[in-house]
Design a protein around this ligand. Structure first.
Ligand SMILES: Cc1cc2nc3c(=O)[nH]c(=O)nc-3n(C[C@H](O)[C@H](O)[C@H](O)COP(=O)(O)OP(=O)(O)OC[C@H]3O[C@@H](n4cnc5c(N)ncnc54)[C@H](O)[C@@H]3O)c2cc1C
Length: 393
């Protein structure tokens, strides 16, 4: 397909969801990725679909909208990507943290999140292996999980069944722009120019570089995170379990390393252990101090993990924007350029809601949610020129 209606740059979870919703809307779609399907951050993450870590505001609105998409129109496909409504348990070892968590649950309940405050005496009913003596906890039944690579692959398969063409190993190297309007993209392959009136930038952590090819700035920066994977165990961790200070770590804009224990079992029996956040560019060296901190934090919550072997560790680069909100919508500077990126640590959970909304905007339909808070034009000049906004390899 050399002249599609829409080119989607990026075959990660977000690009795959955009391709699926665009194809479902009757558009002729071509997806381009310089690597493989889910070869970016979508294969270097966990697959949690969380509402529990969000304060009231636009990101929570988007998460609740995405919940509806997961549970309504995509429900029948859940088994393809191992959708599991496992629920999230947030715990606090300190009375101060427990009080802050209780206050957070009040705000979240008012904003539409389902949450149960758990009496310390009942915590073991949720997680028998959790260290005893927690001062407080909250249970979030809406928190769920998918397998991100399966999600990405199946959404692209569905898009292909609706006529989309997916080209891997195809790097976008430039844009054709005339009179402030996108005419298409250039690729490094022999077929060179691909003409299209609409181009969706779903290049994740590299979306700033794609924007720069179109002559505009977008401050998407890498925020590195490591994950440890244990050997398969008998059922040990039933829910996604994390410490209450995780919410503050997610919201922090600090460049320095932050860790906060996030632990979850998987269907295969392995336990995934996170989380770390640091802004170190695209530094892909393994950091033993970070890995050992993750292990220590996990053992502090689940002492049973002390005798368990780690099979492997991996890392990825979250697509981070300075105000922690994704970028979704039309670029006001170049007509026909659309962005669906910058979801930081929530791009799997938010992928389907993002894609549905963006495609509604592309076809000129009313959107289910106001996209103004996610506008690509919202950044200040200072935010646009943050170090490395689009210059990192
Ligand atoms: C450790 C860690 C844990 C995480 N856990 C969760 C979680 O539990 N839940 C959750 O929702 N999110 C989580 N995330 C965040 C989530 O992984 C990301 O938000 C999400 O994967 C972003 O998806 P994407 O499709 O935007 O980007 P990507 O998956 O990175 O896809 C972008 C694609 O663009 C392609 N590309 C780049 N440049 C070009 C070019 N010039 N031409 C063609 N193609 C190009 C890349 O090859 C890549 O395949 C986590 C992230 C990390 C690092």
């Amino acid at each position: 397909m050399s002249s599609p209606d829409v080119v989607v740059i990026g075959a990660g979870a977000v690009g795959a969801a955009c391709a699926y919703f665009a194809a479902r809307a009757g558009l002729r779609v071509r997806v381009l990725d310089r690597g493989q399907i889910a070869g970016g951050t979508s294969s270097a993450c966990e697959g949690n679909l969380l509402v529990s870590d969000k304060e009231a505001g636009p990101e929570l609105d988007l998460a609740l909208h995405s919940q509806r998409v997961w549970h309504d129109e995509l429900a029948e496909f859940g088994p393809h990507w191992e959708f599991e409504s496992k629920g999230g348990l947030v715990v606090s070892p300190s009375p101060t943290g427990a009080a802050a968590l209780a206050e957070l649950t009040v705000r979240q309940r008012a904003a539409g999140i389902e949450v149960t405050n758990v009496d310390p005496a009942d915590i073991a009913d949720y997680e028998p292996h959790l260290k005893p003596g927690m001062a407080g906890a909250a249970f979030y039944p809406q928190d769920a999980q998918v397998q991100p690579m399966l999600l990405t692959a199946h959404l692209l398969r569905f898009a292909r069944e609706l006529g989309a063409v997916v080209s891997t190993g195809t790097e976008v190297t430039g844009f054709e722009v005339s009179g402030g309007r996108v005419l298409g993209v250039r690729t490094a392959r022999a077929d060179g120019l691909i003409s299209a009136g609409h181009v969706i930038n779903a290049a994740g952590t590299w979306a700033g570089q794609i924007a720069a090819l179109a002559g505009v700035q977008l401050p998407v920066l890498p925020r590195r995170g490591f994950v440890l994977v244990t050997e398969p165990l008998p059922p040990t961790v039933r829910h996604k379990v994390y410490a209450a200070d995780y919410v503050a770590a997610v919201a922090s804009s600090d460049q320095a390393l932050q860790t906060s224990p996030v632990i979850e079992g998987t269907r295969g029996g392995t336990v995934l252990i996170g989380s770390s956040r640091e802004r170190v560019g695209f530094d892909s060296r393994v950091s033993l101090p970070v890995l050992s901190r993750l292990a220590q934090d996990a053992i502090a919550l689940f002492p049973v993990l002390a005798g368990v072997r780690v099979l492997r560790g991996y890392h990825g680069f979250r697509p981070y924007c300075p105000d922690h909100l994704p970028v979704i919508g039309a670029d006001p500077r170049v007509s026909g350029l659309w962005h669906a990126t910058g979801h930081e640590g929530a791009g799997i959970g938010l992928s389907v809601g993002t894609a549905k909304l963006l495609v509604q905007q592309v076809v000129g339909a009313p959107t289910d949610l106001d996209l103004a808070p996610f506008s690509p034009g919202r950044f200040t000049p200072h935010q646009l020129t943050q170090r490395g906004a689009h210059a990192l390899a």
